[in-house]
Design a protein around this ligand. Structure first.
Ligand SMILES: [Ca+2]
Length: 578
């Protein structure tokens, strides 16, 4: 709730923040704030060479060639109680500014209908176009946009166009929500112009939008589709939740808006809980890094955020509020040139993913970020683009990240098999928690507690956990520490006549990125509480009849009762090895 109230306060002063870091290398003509042209006739306006006839009805407003905009249902509903018309095109005046490898510092304005502006700009019509669209209270000269442009041009020789709609992105929120309908159409007009005059296929165009910018991209794609063209790709970076969650596909980003729609959710949840982004899947593939709701490194105290902004209260508050929401942008930006693949796994839920129930052997694995349109990095059921068709069932994918740059992590699924020997079965289960350290060819992970809460480990069962880590190389050994835990209030956890112990048959470490497994032998001998036991790979671990052949993968999770966490109703948390 604290975060909600801070959101309200900061939204009032954020516009000032947004304007203050506009740097001088941006064309002055684009610094167009507010309704300077309100003296224009309501019947005819002229903008950038395009004459827009305006006609007004109580529930509809028309802007000539850009069409009519209704506020009737479904635009007004219980999810959207207040509705505005888009402001006039000459008030909003979005700018489309091109960066290329030959021109990385000062962008060139692309004007719809002006052939000379395109010819002068340096646009290479044979190369792909990436459009970057900001969200509410922002502008096209934000630092994150500049960084994204730089990384994109390092990665590939493409055309990068920044869509600046600063004059329409200010408060109130409902006006910005209305404005993106028109700006999406104006962007589509530019694409149709480039297609008609410069033979730029709309399938070669990729729009990536943050927050409201994601839905703006959806409107552009829908406008093209309605006219027989298909946008190649939309990447929604944490699409805005208020006024869009649980609305019709016409109103929000959806898979029909482009040939391929991928979405990164990082601040999912209703505004009352502090979330600014959507939880609802709205693409062909929806990525939920770290579960999509809270990101590691965010959600620290307001004072910490202010301190990180060198004492600036306003910037500290904006960092506190926007941290989760902007993390989607940071992930996408890092993905351009990261050697780490941002591998994500399709799974019914984040909890299932953390418990190792989903893996690339049976589930689709896919890269998150710019390379999401390439084939999967593992020989699995990855999707191809272009050519991927919209499906009715959304594909939800999960992955773990670090709390700071570089964010990308590798995933290790650790499966601990408790022995079925006579000694182990006779001893029975014990409660406690596990800590593990993986020793790889490149480096060792720090010791990490596997079980956030104590768990009862039963003989003849397997327990899986997914860990995020920097790349360790081939696994050479594992150090396991098991700590017994009992409750004075629960006699079932007491061990009076025997010493607490854990009998480990083997530990299977499976790297999701390389799809390779290492079997570590536990030798079935008892591990006493707080004993540190180092174990090594051995292909001749004693076989247990209920297990598949040693080293085979995917490893069976048997049924839900085979996992002590599931049976006890407790969930594992995200675990990072650092
Ligand atoms: Ca749509």
């Amino acid at each position: 709730m604290l975060r909600y109230w801070i959101v309200c306060v900061v939204l009032l002063c954020f516009h000032w923040i947004a304007d203050t870091d506009a740097s001088s290398n941006y064309p002055q003509s684009l610094r167009h704030h507010g309704p300077q042209n309100t003296s224009l006739s309501h019947h005819e306006r002229t903008t950038r060479g395009i004459r827009t006839a305006v006609s007004n009805k109580p529930t509809e407003r028309c802007y000539g060639t850009f069409g009519c905009y209704s506020v009737n249902r479904p635009w007004t509903s219980s999810n959207r109680p207040i509705n505005n018309f888009p402001e006039a095109p000459e008030i909003i005046q979005p700018a489309f500014c091109l960066y290329t490898r030959h021109n990385r510092s000062r962008c060139q304005n692309l004007v719809t209908g002006d052939v000379n502006s395109i010819q002068r700009s340096g646009l290479d019509s044979s190369r792909r176009l990436l459009f970057i669209v900001h969200g509410y209270l922002e502008h096209g000269n934000k630092k994150w946009i500049k960084r994204m442009v730089e990384e994109a041009l390092i990665y590939d020789n493409i055309n990068v166009v920044v869509v600046d709609w600063v004059s329409g992105s200010g408060p109130p929120y409902t006006q910005a929500v209305a404005n993106i309908r028109l700006i999406g159409v104006m962007l589509a007009h530019l694409l149709l112009f480039l297609h008609a005059q410069f033979q730029v296929p709309t399938e070669n165009c990729h729009i990536t939008g943050h927050s409201l910018g994601a839905h703006l991209a959806g409107y552009a794609g829908q406008y093209l589709r309605d006219r027989g063209h298909m946008l190649g790709r939309i990447t929604g970076m944490d699409p805005a939740d208020p006024y869009f969650e649980n609305t019709e596909p016409l109103i929000r980003l959806d898979p029909t808006d482009a040939l391929f729609v991928d979405v990164i959710h990082t601040d999912a949840g209703p505004i009352l809980s502090g979330g600014l982004g959507m939880m609802q899947p709205v693409g062909h593939i929806d990525f939920y890094p770290n579960g999509g709701v809270r990101q590691p490194g965010c959600g620290t105290s307001v004072l910490d955020s202010i301190e990180k902004e060198r004492g600036s209260v306003l910037y500290g508050l904006s960092r506190f509020i926007g941290c989760n929401h902007l993390r989607s942008v940071e992930f996408f930006t890092e993905s351009f040139n990261s050697a780490c693949p941002f591998l994500a796994v399709q799974c019914p839920s984040f909890e299932d993913f953390l418990e190792g129930r989903c893996h690339c052997g049976t589930n689709a694995c896919h890269r998150m970020g710019y390379s999401a349109d390439h084939q999967s990095v593992v020989p699995s059921t990855g999707l191809n683009w272009p050519g991927h068709q919209p499906t009715d069932e959304p594909i939800q994918m999960y992955l773990l990240t670090r709390d700071d740059q570089p964010f990308c992590l590798y995933h290790y699924r650790v499966t601990i098999v408790i022995s079925d020997t006579f000694e182990s079965v006779q001893h029975g289960g014990d409660r406690g928690w596990l800590s593990i350290q993986l020793h790889g060819h490149n480096r060792s992970s720090p010791p990490t507690r596997l079980t956030p809460e104590n768990v009862r480990f039963e003989p003849r069962r397997a327990y899986s956990y997914v860990l995020g880590s920097t790349w360790l190389g081939d696994i050479k050994s594992v150090t396991l520490v098991w700590t017994y835990s009992s409750s004075v209030f629960n006699p079932l956890t007491w061990r009076i006549l025997t010493v607490p112990a854990l009998h480990v048959n083997r530990i299977i470490v499976h790297n999701l990125e390389s799809n390779s497994s290492t079997v570590i032998c536990g030798e079935d001998t008892p591990i006493s509480s707080k004993e540190s036991r180092q174990m090594f790979p051995d292909s001749k671990c004693r076989h247990q009849s209920w297990l598949p052949a040693a080293g085979s993968f995917p490893f069976p999770t048997e049924d839900t009762g085979a996992n002590g966490l599931r049976k006890s109703g407790k969930r594992s948390r995200r675990l990072l090895l650092g």
